[in-house]
Write a protein that binds this ligand. Sequence first.
Ligand SMILES: [Zn+2]
Length: 175
Amino acid sequence: MTKRPIDIVKERLNTVPVNVEAILRALDVEVRKDAILGEDISGEIRRNGERYVISTSGDEHAFRQRFTLAHELGHFVLHKSLIGTGLDDSKMYRSTEAGDFYNTEIKLAHERQANSFAAKVLMPKHLLKKKIDELSQSESKPDVSELCNLFQVSYSAMKWRLVNLGWAQQVEGIN
Ligand SMILES: [Zn+2]
């Protein structure tokens, strides 16, 4: 029995930082980081024959490109039937007229699902809890910047993950 893509993702959520590129390789998705995309475009996923290719903008910080990879992974896992020939995401993670595609099948609700998926992939609840617990043993409260560096995500991504989990009070530096 072939594994479902979501199970291939879940079984690889076991390292800090999570290796998103290894997950994409396991799903036979090609990754092109530091790509030259349209001015307002953070990332895209396009179909290339039987395979899919995800590109992220070289104009953006490595942590931001990681989030974009995970966001596009979310579209691949959750919305594959809506991708068609491709879709691109603006800096706000919306499908717009900017870029090579204007995929109107992808709605705001899908973008929110992809963002939520990306946060869960990059900051798995069990790994985040483990790191907060470990850091709390040597200091009163870990600083949010330590968690950002460990998980290789931006401050805003970590902040929203902690707020959504109800854990913002367990770390210093959330405002
Ligand atoms: Zn998107």
